[in-house]
Design a binder for this molecule. Structure first.
Ligand code: DOR
Ligand code: ZN
Length: 346
């Protein structure tokens, strides 16, 4: 039985760092284990222009504790008014790694997102030309579509038409939650990848709703039926380079989670790697953790794999970290429902 794994230092290809005091509280959890992360732009107000991304990047670097290294890979929040020249300039100077598409109203702070997908055509064409990837929150917001079907309907109604109209656009389907998402990614030869979160490998919708409602498991896209979780596990652990880790670690205070209209998001940055080692071991795929966490995303984004390494060791199972205190209030860490035997060595 293996009790040690050494990997090139992993990256997180989908992360919410927030801003101000919350950012200062959560950033060390990511920087401790990950070299780089694709940083989501859904602040209030959102990070829409290159100038805003420059200043957000500077705030992240200023919040990084002394002695820690971390490279934020910035993104722009796509709106119907996004200027293709601004995107091209930010991409050319190496400031942004991607642009993020939120359908308006799909999730936290998405009010400025896109309603009319025809209006973003010029910017998508420009991105295809310059090789700037589009990260997609893949859910329709049509109130007539059941929330558990919103990813599958998005693929048919929005994503596939975009990809047909702009075949050279490189797209990451963020945080896929369904077998439909897995199949769609596999159906494309090039230019399409997907991130998978840690929590969607662990929970299905029963964990949220059966035997009492558990707000800390509520995120978007919401976890689906067990057959979908199994499809995600097969995709993540199967060695296919089109699938890579994006935690979607999304801190909210308990006050905002445990409310009559609670926020969506699971905070997984502190315990993601031990949970992933557990999942990959269960699937008899520990040797594939390196691809999922450290290699496939870098390949998709055309970046070098990190030169340094981290080591995970297996010991006595113990409960993981339960919470962090922030000046805004307590943030509960995702509870995988099992003790953690794997630990990241110092
Ligand atoms: O659960 C989620 N939380 N999903 C998202 O798409 C956004 C995120 C957040 O920002 O809290
Ligand atoms: Zn997210």
């Amino acid at each position: 039985m293996r009790t040690t794994i050494t990997l090139p230092r992993p990256d997180d290809w989908h992360l919410h760092l927030r801003d101000d005091a919350m950012m200062r509280a959560v950033l060390p959890a990511t920087a401790r284990h990950f070299a780089r992360a694709i940083v989501m732009p859904n602040l209030v107000p959102p990070v829409v222009t290159g100038a805003q991304a420059t200043s957000y990047r500077a705030r992240i670097m200023a919040a990084l504790p002394d002695g820690m290294t971390f490279e934020p890979l910035m993104t722009l929040y796509l709106t119907e008014d996004t200027d293709p020249d601004d995107v091209a300039a930010a991409h050319a100077e190496g400031l942004i790694a991607a642009v993020k598409l939120y359908p308006a109203g799909a999730t936290t702070n998405s009010a400025s997102g896109v309603r009319d997908f025809d209006r973003i055509r010029p910017v998508l064409e420009r991105m295809a030309e310059i090789g700037c990837p589009l990260c997609v929150h893949g859910e329709v917001t049509d109130p007539g579509v059941d929330i558990f079907d919103r990813e599958a309907v998005f693929i048919d109604r929005v994503l596939d038409p975009i990809r047909r109209a702009t075949p050279d656009l490189r797209v990451v389907m963020e945080h896929i939650t369904t077998a439909d998402g897995v199949d769609y990614v596999k159906s494309a030869d090039t230019g399409l990848g997907a991130t998978i979160t840690t929590h969607h490998l662990v929970i299905n919708r029963n964990h949220i709703l059966a035997g009492g409602i558990r707000p800390h498991y509520y995120c978007l896209p919401v976890a689906k039926r067990e057959k979908h979780r199994l499809a995600l596990r097969a995709a993540a652990t199967g060695g296919d380079a089109r699938f890579f880790l994006g935690t979607d670690s999304a801190p909210h205070t308990d006050a905002n989670k445990l409310s009559p209209c609670g926020c969506a998001g699971c905070f997984t940055a502190p315990n993601t790697l031990p949970i992933l080692a557990h999942v990959f071991e269960q699937e008899d795929a520990l040797d594939r953790l390196e691809g999922f966490a450290s290699r496939h995303g870098a390949e998709f984004y055309r970046l070098p794999v990190n030169g340094d390494t981290i080591t995970l060791t297996k010991g006595t199972p113990e409960p993981g970290p339960a919470r962090i205190d922030t000046p805004d209030g307590v943030v509960t860490v995702f509870d995988p429902g099992f003790d953690l035997a794997w630990r990241v060595a110092d």
